[in-house]
Design a protein around this ligand. Structure first.
Ligand code: ADP
Length: 474
């Protein structure tokens, strides 16, 4: 079964968050399971593309409105990632460093999708399935089925996975001319609230859509930034499949980025060594429980609550706890956290930026990982934390709800809270501190977490089952 995954991110080529992790891992595991999965990304001028060799497998021109763009499809020569990797390079549009946030990103992602479709269309390929991820690839199902250019491909099944339903990539109908000729009786499929909405179009036109956790599938029907009614009516087409983690990359036993490798058996010693190295770097006392947060500093992640919750927790616990924050995002939140660091230098370290190896060191060295997310489609951080024996403290939402059971409940191992407010976070921090001082219990919970299986094997099988059950929509 030949599958093309289309995505804006793919680790280690280009990653901003969980989307990159998933698209960097799922195809690899699908190939191991006997499928033929390849990834097609926009080209980015980044470390991976500079340091690896590519060959041009196709070149042509595509039209975006009345502008003609030349494009090339580059293939990484060695398949070193465990799958064929193709990059769509378009001089002047897709040849830049960053993944998002250019003023012409609409044109960038439309051109990427058109170049992909032109490539498979002109080169007479007929994949068994096209798997699109998030709104950047959301126009592909519509164009396949409703543009004259691609009639030959109109029977190719499409699956659309929603990694984040808050972002839709919507734009005005004035930009319709950026699309090729389409069946104008079908424009309603592109429309939501008076504009072209790629996420909505993908949900309507793909044969099936999936979310990255079962709880998130339900949550979209009441929290999806204006698409609630759509998710409510299309619910029958949806399936929730929890992400896995790439256990080749995230494994404390083999992780070359951490100070001391360890297994569940050598956990106490290994964690201690990693914690000491981490605390030395950030000048924190390794005897105190270390709480951490890793991620985008945005409201969705509850990052705006962090500074207040940390200050109150420090006061309530008389400084007997430490915090380490790694993240980048809203400038106001970054500033607030940096101020906190200056005020409580002995107890609070803040690293503003993106640092993949520091993230690994923190999962290995911290005691507790805080995730006060307001929205969390799946969340990978808590899965990495579990794998590294770091107890997750999560707000019960989306994938966090599906993967973390409170240690007070039967079979539980983490800490959960319900409200997105400072009080609930502080109460959870207090519970964690008590647990820290009950060393045996914490040790037992850590071993329990490390034994959990969140590898891709299970999720890969669920995707395969879904692919096999696909039926055309009328
Ligand atoms: P999202 O995709 O919403 O950002 P996920 O939990 O699905 O959240 O994935 C986050 C991924 O990004 C994890 O691999 C996490 O370790 C990583 N990450 C986020 N921020 C940073 C950062 N500042 N430095 C290093 N890694 C980060």
């Amino acid at each position: 079964m030949k599958i093309y995954h289309l995505s804006a991110e793919c680790y280690p080529v280009a990653k901003v968050g969980g989307l990159g992790d998933v698209v960097g891992a799922l195809p690899k595991y699908q190939n191991l399971a006997g499928l033929q999965a390849a990834v097609v990304l926009p080209f980015y001028d980044r470390k991976f593309t500079r340091e690896n060799e590519f060959e041009t497998v196709f070149a042509a021109a595509t039209l975006l409105g009345n502008k003609r763009y030349f494009f090339e499809i580059l293939k990484e020569k060695t398949n070193k990632l465990g799958f064929e990797l193709y990059l769509v390079k378009i001089p002047g549009l897709l040849d830049r460093e960053n993944i998002y946030s250019y003023p012409d990103e609409r044109e960038q992602f439309i051109a990427y999708q058109l170049a992909f479709l032109d490539w498979i269309s002109y080169s007479q390929q007929t994949p068994d399935l096209i798997h699109c991820h998030d709104h950047h690839t959301g126009l592909v199902p519509f164009l396949l089925y409703h543009s004259k250019l691609y009639t030959r491909l109109a029977n190719v099944p499409t699956v659309f996975t929603i990694h984040n339903g808050q972002y839709h990539g919507a734009f005005g109908w004035d930009k319709l001319s950026l699309l090729p000729e389409i069946d104008l009786t079908k424009t309603g499929l592109l429309d939501w609230a008076g504009g072209i909405n790629p996420l909505a179009a993908a949900v309507k036109c793909s044969w099936r859509y999936t979310t990255v956790s079962p709880s998130y599938l339900e949550e979209l029907t009441y929290n999806s930034n204006g698409l609630e009614y759509l998710f409510y009516t299309e619910r029958g087409k949806g399936t929730g499949i929890m992400n896995g983690i790439d256990t080749d990359v995230w494994n404390p036993q083999t992780d070359a980025m951490i100070a001391a490798k360890y297994t569940a058996r050598t956990l106490a010693k290994g964690k201690r060594a990693n914690k000491e190295t981490l605390c030395q770097r950030f000048e924190l006392d390794p005897e105190k429980p270390l709480f951490t947060f890793i991620g985008r500093l945005v409201v969705e992640k509850g990052a705006d609550l962090l500074a207040k919750a940390i200050e109150r927790s420090l006061l309530e616990n008389e400084g007997e706890i430490n915090f380490l924050i790694l993240g980048t995002g809203d400038k106001e939140t970054e500033l607030e956290l940096l101020k906190l660091k200056n005020k409580y230098a002995e107890h609070c370290a803040v690293f503003i930026g993106y640092d993949e190896s520091l993230a690994h060191q923190i999962y290995a060295g911290a005691d507790f990982l805080l995730m006060p997310s307001r929205v969390e489609p799946c969340g990978l951080n808590q899965l990495y934390a579990l794998r590294y024996g770091t107890l997750p403290i999560v707000r019960a939402t989306g994938g966090l709800k599906d993967s973390v059971i409170d240690f007070g409940d039967a079979g539980g191992y983490g800490i959960r809270f319900v409200q997105d407010n400072v009080q609930d976070i502080c109460h959870s921090v207090f519970r964690a501190k008590q647990l820290y001082h009950d060393g045996n219990k914490l040790q037992q919970l850590r071993k329990q977490m490390m034994a959990l299986d969140y590898s891709w094997t299970r999720s890969t099988q669920q995707y395969t089952d879904l692919y096999k059950s696909l039926k055309p929509i009328i």
